[in-house]
Design a protein around this ligand. Structure first.
Ligand SMILES: O=P(O)(O)OC[C@H]1O[C@](O)(CO)[C@@H](O)[C@@H]1O
Length: 528
């Protein structure tokens, strides 16, 4: 297609949301009208099913749950007046709490104000808060947030070290929908010990965000934590940014959560329109289907050209891959669905992997995210008449063009600036696009059965560790790995046992390894 024809295609397919000033450009996805027509029946079904979902249908059949993240930004949509009231009241509770913390009406025992937050959570209980903080928190927020989003001891130490002089004024948010995920539980226990080490009463600093009745909720109630906010079973972890999970940390950092909700609501309204061309989420889902043949054959590379949006690709990685990465479709057929997502930011990535995108394996499509406003205020000139922002803008256009010239497709999403409304809108746009795509390929986008396998396997390793240590405690002479495995009743688990023991050895846990470390089979093991 020549430049003039492309310009026409750009105008024919351009989506513009006037209220949000947001554009979606799918002109560089090379589908034709026949392809769009072929998907129309699937889209008609998706629009209908989405309307049912919003009315409270059990859209997550495996977990027998409603899927209600859309109600969070428009509580009147909730299927019962009780739910509407609960959403409204919770929002008011969040705002009142944040205000009291910021003004010092709620303050720690030994300081006038809370200055910092440690947010402990993982997956959907971390990625949204991290993305939103990076995108929207001011340079000098009322409370500065720090994240523990793993069970990595060194990572936990890093945060605790950075805050060692400020622990007495640091609020701790423990965020876990299930209230039973091991990583945040471990983080919570370690942080609690650190507070005890500083003679601080953890309960007076701790806030739980969890499902009522969860283990975490029980701990918070029994220990009398500062506050507890409810998480609902009809909100999935990866779509929870606009529930208490995302709103509590955002409000505490002074982020305008009402504007975030408004932006999302406006986008939800726009993505409810049952017309592919007039619906920006449908345009994304259509493009994804086209790119990967409805089978995820092409990866989604997400390149926001704005540093503050750098975590958007990580956020989308969970949203898209945990939602769409499924072994079975809704009829029980083995389908191995999904779309791989990766990315960081432009133009930084141009000096990392864009070389492969332009010239290498054509196994992806790109999503470029453009922010029209360079910065608040004027920019200095770098060259006569040219600013750094002009370079960034030029690099975006250049990458889009260079990709297209080499038959690499791209979508471009443009927002006027990064603010609470546009960030809310972006989140809502992708929530809906993932929902539509899941429907097009007939999978349940709202459960995550595969994650359980890894959790069970990890739990089995910890069980095995206990057995192995018990075996060694009962022995006086060093044993071979095979002997330990026999005595632990797990002869087939020698490799796992070796790795457990090597880990214990390096971490001064009393395990002595004798022999050649390069030949694990020759090792003799004892306790010191
Ligand atoms: O909030 P929770 O229950 O601790 O779960 C954290 C994350 O773990 C998962 O359940 C599985 O990875 C995600 O879906 C979820 O976001």
């Amino acid at each position: 297609m020549d430049a003039i024809a492309l310009w026409q295609r750009y105008q024919d397919w351009l989506y513009f949301h006037e209220g949000l000033g947001l554009y979606v450009d799918v002109s560089r996805m090379r589908f034709d009208d026949a392809f769009v027509e072929s998907l129309r029946p699937k889209f008609d079904k998706a629009f209908g099913d989405m309307a049912e979902l919003e009315k409270g249908a059990i859209a997550n059949p495996d977990e027998n749950r409603m899927v209600g993240h859309y109600w969070l930004r428009n509580p009147d949509l909730a299927p019962t007046p009780e739910l509407t009231q609960e959403i409204v009241q919770t929002l008011e509770q969040i705002e009142a709490f944040a205000e009291k913390v910021q003004t010092g009406a709620i303050h720690p025992p030994r300081a006038n104000r809370f200055t910092d937050i440690i947010s402990i959570g993982i997956g959907g209980s971390a990625l949204g808060p991290e993305f939103v903080s990076e995108a929207l928190a001011s340079d000098f927020p009322p409370l500065k947030i720090h994240f523990i989003d793993n069970t990595d001891p060194a990572g936990i130490d890093r945060i605790l070290n950075q805050l060692r002089n400020n622990l007495a004024s640091t609020l701790v948010l423990v965020i876990s929908k299930s209230g039973g995920t091991p990583e945040p539980r471990n983080g919570m226990i370690e942080v609690k010990k650190a507070y005890a080490g500083h003679n601080l009463d953890f309960a007076q600093y701790a806030v739980a965000i969890t499902s009522p009745g969860s283990n975490l909720d029980k701990v918070a109630q029994s220990e009398g934590w500062l506050a507890t906010f409810p998480m609902y079973d009809w909100v999935g972890g990866r779509t929870s940014e606009m529930s208490t999970v995302g709103l509590v940390p955002a409000a505490l950092q002074g982020i305008d959560i009402r504007a975030m909700l408004d932006g999302a609501k406006e986008m939800d309204d726009a993505t409810r329109i049952p017309d592919i061309k007039k619906n920006p989420a449908a345009l994304l889902a259509l493009s994804w289907y086209y790119a990967g043949d409805g089978k995820g054959k092409k990866d989604m590379v997400v390149l926001p050209y704005k540093d503050s949006l750098a975590l958007f690709s990580r956020y989308l990685q969970q949203l898209v891959m945990e939602s769409l990465g499924k072994e079975q479709d809704l009829d029980g057929n083995i389908v191995h669905q999904g779309i791989a997502v990766y990315g960081n930011k432009g133009s930084t990535d141009q000096h990392a992997y864009v070389q492969q995108l332009r010239d290498g394996v054509p196994n992806f499509f790109a999503t470029l995210i453009e922010v029209l406003e360079d910065r608040h205020g004027q920019s200095p000139e770098i060259d006569p008449g040219v600013t750094s922002g002009d370079y960034l803008s030029g690099f975006l256009q250049g990458t889009r063009k260079a990709l297209y010239e080499n038959q690499r497709d791209s979508i471009t999403i443009t927002i006027p600036q990064v603010n609470a409304r546009t960030v809310g809108a972006l989140i809502a746009l992708y929530d809906r696009a993932v929902g539509f795509y899941g429907n097009l390929v007939n999978i349940n986008a709202y459960h995550q059965p595969g994650v359980e396998a890894g959790k069970k396997a990890a739990a089995a390793i910890l069980d095995l560790q206990t057995k192995v240590v018990t075996v060694l405690q009962a022995e006086k002479t060093p044993l071979s790995l095979g002997e330990i495995a026999e005595k632990a009743g797990a002869p087939e688990e020698v490799e796992a046992i070796y790795k457990i023991l090597r880990h214990l050895n390096v971490n001064q846990r009393g395990v002595v390894l004798q022999g050649n470390l390069g030949e694990p089979g020759s090792l003799k093991v004892s306790l010191s």
